[in-house]
Design a binder for this molecule. Structure first.
Ligand SMILES: C[S@@+](CC[C@H](N)C(=O)[O-])C[C@H]1O[C@@H](n2cnc3c(N)ncnc32)[C@H](O)[C@@H]1O
Length: 211
């Protein structure tokens, strides 16, 4: 087999693998957490802050917290009177985030193990919720977005960050369709096709559903 043929076979295999991952949403295992810690362009913390607009003293929720890349700065933006609830379906990820928080003297983080599509929180519990590089790992994205909408108070912010070259990345058009089906109103986004943060708000009583 020549070098050209080998290159084509490897490239083709990589594309097939990428598509297979896209079609089979599943959590990235804890053993691959080094990939989660690699700096991600387009979905930077600075950009998250611009889109999420956290206010000191607020109660926020991060779904799919992973190793705490976003949670640790977010909880600082909330100040000592604020609270950040963090949820993940992998206990090891929560333990890592909590260890990193405690190492930094941060105590206002509340962990919970659970599924994004069945959140263990009452209605209207948060001022805002966000998730980054997580929605595409959830088999029913619309169900997860409905849950995010349920746990924020009416008019609360729901922010979704996605890296689209990741096999589980969610393209913006798909997100818009799922969000509309979950009765979330689109407010704006920062970033382009390769990676972005999009902000929605949950509908308030009397709001017309999204087209
Ligand atoms: C790719 S990591 C992203 C972590 C973090 N948000 C970041 O960007 O650094 C996705 C995280 O979402 C979690 N996750 C995946 N599916 C989930 C689900 N259905 N419910 C809760 N957490 C989930 C995974 O365990 C993992 O920690």
């Amino acid at each position: 087999m020549g070098a050209g043929t080998r290159g084509l076979a490897v490239g083709g295999g990589a594309v097939v693998l990428w598509w297979w991952w896209r079609l089979h949403p599943t959590s990235r295992p804890f053993a691959q957490r080094l990939w989660i810690d690699v700096p991600h362009p387009f979905v930077t913390r600075r950009r998250l802050r611009q889109v999420l607009v956290p206010v000191p003293g607020e109660r926020l929720l991060e779904v799919g917290v992973g190793s705490g890349r976003y949670a640790l700065p977010v909880v600082r933006w909330l100040g000592e009177r604020g609270l950040l609830a963090v949820l993940d379906q992998q206990e090891e990820m929560l333990a890592l985030t909590m260890r990193r928080a405690l190492d930094r003297g941060i105590t206002n983080v509340a962990p919970a193990c659970g599924d994004a599509a069945a959140l263990p929180y009452p209605d209207d519990a948060f001022d805002a919720v966000y998730l980054v590089s997580t929605l595409g790992q959830v088999p029913d994205m619309t169900a997860a977005l409905r849950e995010l909408s349920r746990v924020v108070h009416p008019g609360g912010r729901v922010v979704v960050g996605e890296l689209c070259y990741d096999p589980h990345g969610v393209f913006f058009g798909t997100l818009r369709r799922c969000a509309a089906a979950a009765d979330l109103r689109f407010e704006g986004r920062a970033g382009g096709w390769a990676g972005y943060f999009a902000r929605f708000t949950s509908l308030e009583a009397g709001d017309a559903p999204q087209a």
